[in-house]
Design a protein around this ligand. Sequence first.
Ligand SMILES: [Zn+2]
Length: 511
Amino acid sequence: MQASAASDSSDDVKKALITAVEAKAKQAQVMNDMIFSFGELGFQETETSKYLTDILRQNGFTIEQGISGIPTAWMATWGSGEPVIALGSDIDGIPKASQKPGVAYHDPLIKGAPGHGEGHNSGSVVNIIAALAVKEHMQKNGLSGTIKIWPGVAEEQLGTKAYYVRDGYFKDVDAVLFSHVSNTFATHWGGGYGNGLVSVQYNFYGESAHSAGSPWRGRSALDAVELMEVGMGYRREHLRLSQRTHSIIVDGGDQPNVVPPVASRWYFFRETDYPHIKSLWQIGDNLAKGAALMTNTTWDSTVLGSAWPMHMNKAMAEDAYENIKRVGMPQWSKEDIALAKALQENIGAEPEGLKTEISELTDPPDLKKNTGGGSDDIGDISWQVPTITLRYPANIPNLPGHNWSNAVAMATPIAHKGVVAGAKAQALNLYDLLTDDKLLDAAWDYYKNVQTKDQQYTPLLREQDQPAIHLNEGIMNEFRDKMKSYYYNPDKYDTYLEQLDITYPTVKQAD
Ligand SMILES: [Zn+2]
């Protein structure tokens, strides 16, 4: 399906759009570095949200702030009429991932603080730069159509997109273009990538007592928290290979001489499809019941997030792939490659440097052979409206993910070039969807007659579930003031690297 690649005039427009994005490279760098410097965690992206909505407002977008009852979320809209194309990307960071950019060893800006240890500082930049270029073209040529831009708030908590869907924000949208940071330039279609999940906090309630004076008076909620995971540890041996179940202790009590009267454990239950996610969740509930029985405590649970397994649109992916090929990989400098190799060597990863070729568009993997992996709540949106994810090359390969090392490149020329390449492809994707009826028809044909033919979307969220907007409040309260002194000041400094006085690249620790 390459309906849009046909005519000469479309070819000219695409060349012009690429030039228009290139002309916004400085703006892209400033936005990327700014959001990197905010380093905000999920649901607490107040600076990021304000910064991005201000830019969108200045560019004529109408902002609906606080959608789905989430203060840092918004829906930005520009234009009028059909089609309606919505662009989204995540904006949140990773706990304890604070890191000086351009430095190839662990060197936090602020010890223990959050940071962009995945690269979610870059995706909204890709979308907004692309949208501005296309918007200018539409205005010049009197084209109709509506562009929407929204943020993946708290993606690391899988915390918001299912609520956007529940609240109808994608009901009138014709297609969704998502963007996500990567070390390669790619898109994909179909299912079978990663897992879906439900994120559940189990709370146990006992009775406090003096741990030495009268321990027999106490009923320990912490005992239940520990026994629940003992049960899960044994149970894991007998679960499907595709599952991923992990947890942290949210509340393990206050001090040793007080029997903990309340304690909580937070689980992610990941599986490849809806029925298996539900049955994993049921196992969790049973284990909580058992742990409460063993400890003479009571329990309840709260859903903190959810994500359906992703299914991406074939026609849109094929179109995007042509656009990715047209744009091609960025030209890396020897400094970019030196940083990548030094980082890879320092963390014991294969020192391959940076990717130089785009990734081929392949058929999706066999669903039955999906051995699981990470999740993204874009999955819920992909079951509501034809959706693809553009993966753009703004980071270094072979990194562990959710780690300080994943932040190293994210405010350097590697990210700056990757974002501009991504914005070029996204501008072309957006242009195609706005102007090519045949492409949209093919996208909906696939959605209706292939994707949802035998499978219907049933939300994992229950009616009573609400966005967990309290998450990360404590961490941000602890670090926000210190982080403020590291916010990027583009009036004074060309780049964030310059502001931090970092030699690019810094590959060796000083003795
Ligand atoms: Zn992500």
